[in-house]
Structures are given as structure tokens and as C-alpha cells.
Design a protein around this ligand. Structure first.
Ligand code: PEP
Ligand code: MG
Length: 596
């Protein structure tokens, strides 16, 4: 029966495919596809894991004290029975054979299927046996993790690309950590849905960078959708349609073709310079997460990288951080891929919803600090790890010999942080000089993403060569709303007058001081904001490469002279969005024919 699930649209378009459910097990589970020639060895791993658990359970039984309650021995027997049950291990093997899932993924997929069957049982006693299956699976996952490091991260050469099947797949999960999203980046999935998360959570941001339809905060999705259900993900409306009728399916297939045509049309703008109707040149830059994203950024027509979120290099590494040389190679690769265009590398922004480990938003909230978004993140973390920070600074400085590099520092708010940051940069430079390692003169910029920084622009402009406005965090901290929390996502409002005034003030003060100013938060890639940001005086936007064409189209149709006249009216309004619609829609934004 057709079912609809609603959530927050985070990445546009329509995806149609079979649901792949990723369970949110308490054990860290990597999900990746193995190659056809690895199926045999993956089944052996699973068998070995099962044998280890069987021995563990036998030993527990044997060593049980005499006065232990009888139920305990009976329980271990139940676990042993479950362990050898075809419904668990046999079916798990089948996932490996049919879908090429790695053993851990296959196990969690099968657990999902079994858990549902238990949930539907009438008998209370039987229904409660679900917990036993979960415990057995958890034991098995731990055994696999101990037996092979690949249980935690894909071994080199393995990826989520190797799915040999024909049917399109979409990913459904309770929660996906940004680190896991990264792993899915080169994957077969045509779209994804999570139960939790806000529009500008980092999971959503990585999904957007993959340019596939995505919905977060869909609350019940992973409970209502079953493994292998056919689903439509409407990334424009934020709706998931489960088991659609042939008529609905046809309608969405039509929309899919339409949006493909629209993309092709926009792609023709790739080499058109972004110039407004009144001749203002605008710089459209790319946000990237990994050096491998740089060629795509170049192809998209970006005139540089405005934000390289370097923290993604630090994820999925089982706690081992990348050394100086490894980082240098990564930065150099990005710089060289941009072929002489500038690359702005942001120092690590770890913390909040971006953990070094594969931790979901929920785990972060409950396990680490009460309030990770207000905790030790970004520059605070870097300054608390001075060796690591200097190592990163040296790696970035060394890459500057291979092309124009700019350094960007996240989440600054205090004068002491600014001072310490520059001391660190100076120390890193001195270390390179002492070692005779060359580096170029690089510009240093500050991210303006804490209201305190936006209100202290003169201080920042005295010290930094440029600023970059991180609207995602600026909105979060101005409005006191956790950007990753879907329960308050209705309050996450880029149109809030306080937010707009902070953004406008930052842009105008930077311009007045003759310093560069860019917006690199998600607002920059939302074409509906482009005329407003132009009116504020912004001439540098950084966004996901896939958004560049549509923002460019909007810029080509805009007249900054006209737009400027409306700015104060909009900023002083209690409802800037409504005022903007009244004033700007249809004026200052004139249709222009697309360049062929
Ligand atoms: C921002 O906060 O707007 C930003 C660009 O940084 P991030 O999204 O990585 O926190
Ligand atoms: Mg930020």
C-alpha cells in the first residue's frame, strides 16, 4: 500500500529506487560493497566471526558459577541456537552473495528484517526475543571488528561503488554520521533519507555535495520503510513515497526527465562569466570536502575553491590522524587540480556534528558533551592540540608553492584566539624556514560564524586579509538552534532579520575596509538568496559545485543597482522574506536569455 513520509528537503531532484536500510547499531558498522571476487572471503569472515562467538558463548556456559540462575544457561543456549539459525547466518550470507554487502552491513541488514518480524509477533514472549537476536548480532559485529580492521573501515580499494546489480538503490537510515556519508560519496545510491538531522547538518551538506536527492528529519522513515521497498524520494518537496502506484511512478519518472533536461540546460552556462545585468562581476567558488572533489569543482566552472573543509581528511581513520606529508599531498592535489585558481583551505573544524570517529548526531549528543555545538570544536579544538595544529599549518603552507592558497580559520570569537592563531602560523612558518622548506606568502582569513565575530568586525578586519561568512553556524548561534536537530528545524530561519542584519553588516564593513568578503555557508548556494546578497554588496559566493549554474543564472538576470534600493526596506522589515518577495520578485531580477 502506498505510504508517504515527510521530512526536510536538503538536496533537490527525484530519486526512484529500492530501499537499502542501514541500521543504527550500537556497534560501529561500516557499509561498503565488496567486489565479486571477494564474496567468498567475506563469507569466510562471517563464518569465522560466528565460530568465535560460538566459542565465547560455550565458554561463558562452561565457566558459569554453580549458583548462577538456571535461566542464564538457558539464555546462552537460546543465543547459540540463534547464532546457528539459518534465518540469521544463512540469510546474511545471501545479502553478501546477492548484493555484495560487506559482512557487517549484511548482518545489520538481516537484523533489520528479523527485528521487524519480531515486532509483528502477537505473542509477548516471542516478541521480546528480538533483544536476544540484537545481542547475538552485536556480539558477531564485535567479533568481526576484532578479527579484521576492515570491519571499521573499507580496506584500500574497497568502496561503495562496486554494486553489480541492475536496480537503482536508495539509502534509508535513522541517522548517518558525516564520516559515513563521506564513504557513500562515491556510491551507487541514487538518493537518501534519514530520520534525524537538520537542513544544514553536515550529513545534509555532504549529501548536497553528492548532488543526489535527499531528505533528512523524516522521523519515522527507517521504521516505516522496509528493506527492498520501492520508494520515490522527492527532494524538492521533502516527501518519500513508499510503494508508489504505477501512475505516480510514471509522473515522477517524467519529473526526473524534466530535471535532467534542466540540468543539461544549466550546464551550458559553465563557461559564461557571472556578470550582472549592470556589469558587476561576481566570483562563484566551490566548497569541497576532499581533494578528489576538486576536479569536479573545476569542471563546474568554479573560479576557485572558497572552502575546503579539511576536517573530512581526518575522518574514518580509526583515530589515527593524517600526518604532515599526507595532508600536504592532499592539499597539493586540490591545488593542482584547480590549475592555478585559488584554493581556500580551512583548518580543521572538528566537533559538534563532525566527529573524528564514525559517530552519529544522536551519539554525539548523548555521549560526549551535553552541547557539542557549543563545545570544543573548530579553532578551539585546534588550539587545544597545538602540535596537530602546527602540523596542519605547515602542510597548508607547503602546498602554497604549487598554486595560490589561502588559509581560513573557523569559528573565531575571541581576541585571544586571534592572537594565538597568528602565533601558531608564525611558529609553523619559522619551523619551515629552519628546515629550509619553501612556502609562499599566503592570505589568512577568518570565518565569521559566531555573532560575537560579526559584531566585532573592526577587530577582525585589523588582523585578517579577508573574511568568509559561515551562515550555517551564524544562523545556529544567532538563533540558538542546533542546526543538526530536526526537532527545532522549524526555527532555523536564514530570513530572520537578526541574521540578515549580521550578514549585511559584515559584508558592508569588510568592503568599506577594502578586504575580501565571501559567503560560504549554504545560503550562498541557494539561488533565491542571490539577489539579496548582491544587494548587500556581496561579490564572492562559495557553494557546492552542483549549485553554481543555478546561482549563476540568477546573477545573470539581476541588476544590483535596482536591488540596492530595496535593501534597507527589507532589512528593516519585521518579515524580510515577505518584503523581499513583494519588492524583488519580478524587479531587479529580470529574465535574461541563457547563453547558448
Ligand atoms: C558555515 O558554518 O556556514 C560553514 C560554511 O561551515 P560548516 O558548515 O562546515 O560549519
Ligand atoms: Mg561553520
Amino acid at each position: 500500500m502506498t505510504l508517504q513520509v515527510f521530512g526536510l528537503p536538503v538536496s533537490r531532484g527525484v530519486a526512484i529506487g529500492k530501499a537499502v536500510l542501514v541500521s543504527s547499531s550500537r556497534v560501529d558498522v561500516a557499509h561498503y560493497f565488496i567486489n565479486a571476487d571477494q564474496v567468498e572471503s567475506e563469507i569466510v569472515r562471517l563464518r569465522e566471526g560466528r565460530d568465535v562467538v560460538a566459542r565465547e558463548l560455550e565458554m561463558l556456559k562452561r565457566d558459569m558459577p554453580d549458583d548462577a540462575p538456571g535461566e542464564l544457561a538457558a539464555l546462552l543456549d537460546v543465543h547459540l541456537l540463534l547464532l546457528h539459525d539459518e534465518a540469521l547466518t544463512g540469510a546474511t550470507k545471501q545479502w553478501i552473495i546477492d548484493r555484495h554487502y560487506n559482512a557487517e552491513w549484511a548482518l545489520s541488514a538481516q537484523l533489520e528484517v528479523l527485528a521487524r518480524q519480531f515486532d509483528e509477533m502477537e505473542d509477548d514472549y516471542l516478541r521480546e526475543r528480538k533483544a536476544d537476536v540484537e545481542q547475538v548480532v552485536e556480539r558477531l559485529l564485535r567479533a568481526l571488528a576484532r578479527g579484521a580492521t576492515s570491519a571499521l573501515a573499507p580496506a584500500p580499494g574497497k568502496s561503495t561503488e562496486d554494486w553489480g546489480g541492475e536496480e537503482p538503490l536508495v539509502l534509508i537510515a535513522n541517522d548517518i554520521a558525516p564520516a559515513d556519508m563521506l564513504q557513500f560519496k562515491k556510491s551507487v545510491f541514487k538518493g537518501f533519507v534519514t530520520d534525524v538531522g537538520g537542513k544544514t547538518s553536515h550529513t545534509a551538506i555532504v549529501a548536497r555535495s553528492m548532488d543526489i536527492p535527499a531528505i533528512v528529519g523524516a522521523r519515522e522513515a527507517s521504521r516505516l520503510i522496509r528493506q527492498d521497498d520501492w520508494v520515490i524520494i522527492d527532494g524538492d518537496a521533502g516527501v518519500v513515497i513508499v510503494d508508489p502506484s504505477p501512475m505516480v511512478l510514471e509522473e515522477y519518472r517524467f519529473r526526473q526527465r524534466q530535471s535532467e533536461l534542466e540540468r543539461e540546460r544549466l550546464a551550458r552556462l559553465r563557461h559564461t562569466p557571472a556578470v550582472t545585468l549592470d556589469g558587476e562581476r561576481v566570483e562563484l567558488l566551490a566548497n569541497i570536502e576532499l581533494p578528489q572533489d576538486a576536479p569536479g569543482a573545476f569542471e563546474s566552472g568554479a573560479v576557485g575553491v572558497g572552502l575546503f573543509r579539511s576536517e573530512f581528511l581526518f575522518m574514518n581513520r580509526n583515530g589515527e590522524l593524517p600526518g604532515e606529508d599526507e595532508q600536504f599531498e592532499a592539499y597539493r592535489a586540490a591545488v593542482q587540480a584547480m590549475q592555478g585558481l585559488p584554493v581556500t583551505i580551512r583548518t580543521v573544524d572538528i566537533g559538534a556534528d563532525k566527529s573524528l570517529e564514525r559517530m552519529s548526531i544522536n551519539e554525539l549528543r548523548h555521549e560526549h558533551t551535553l552541547n557539542p555545538a557549543l563545545g570544543l570544536r573548530a579553532i578551539r579544538w585546534s588550539l587545544s592540540e597545538p602540535n596537530m595544529f602546527r602540523m596542519q599549518l605547515r602542510a597548508i603552507l607547503r602546498a602554497s608553492v604549487f598554486g595560490p592558497v589561502k588559509l581560513l580559520v573557523p569559528m573565531l570569537a575571541h581576541r585571544s584566539e586571534i592572537r594565538q592563531t597568528f602565533e601558531m602560523i608564525e611558529r609553523a612558518k619559522q619551523q619551515l624556514r629552519d628546515a629550509g622548506v619553501p612556502f609562499a606568502d599566503i592570505q589568512v582569513g577568518a570565518m565569521i560564524e559566531v555573532p560575537a565575530a560579526a559584531l566585532l568586525m573592526p577587530l577582525f578586519l585589523r588582523h585578517f586579509d579577508f573574511v568568509s561568512i559561515g551562515t550555517n553556524d551564524l544562523i545556529q548561534y544567532t538563533l540558538a538552534i542546533d542546526r543538526a536537530d530536526e526537532s527545532v528545524s522549524y526555527l532555523y530561519d536564514p530570513w530572520h532579520p537578526a541574521v540578515l542584519r549580521l550578514v549585511a553588516g559584515t559584508i558592508s564593513q569588510a568592503r568599506a575596509a577594502g578586504k575580501g568578503v565571501c559567503v560560504c555557508g549554504e545560503m550562498a548556494g541557494d539561488s533565491s538568496f542571490a539577489p539579496l546578497l548582491l544587494a548587500m554588496g556581496l561579490r564572492s559566493f562559495s557553494m557546492h559545485p552542483s549549485q553554481i549554474a543555478s546561482v549563476k543564472q540568477r546573477i545573470l538576470r539581476s541588476d544590483t543597482q535596482k536591488l540596492m534600493h530595496y535593501l534597507n526596506d527589507i532589512l528593516n522589515s519585521d518579515d524580510p522574506q515577505a518584503r523581499y518577495r513583494e519588492l524583488v520578485a519580478g524587479d531587479g531580477v529580470r529574465p535574461a536569455s541563457l547563453a547558448a
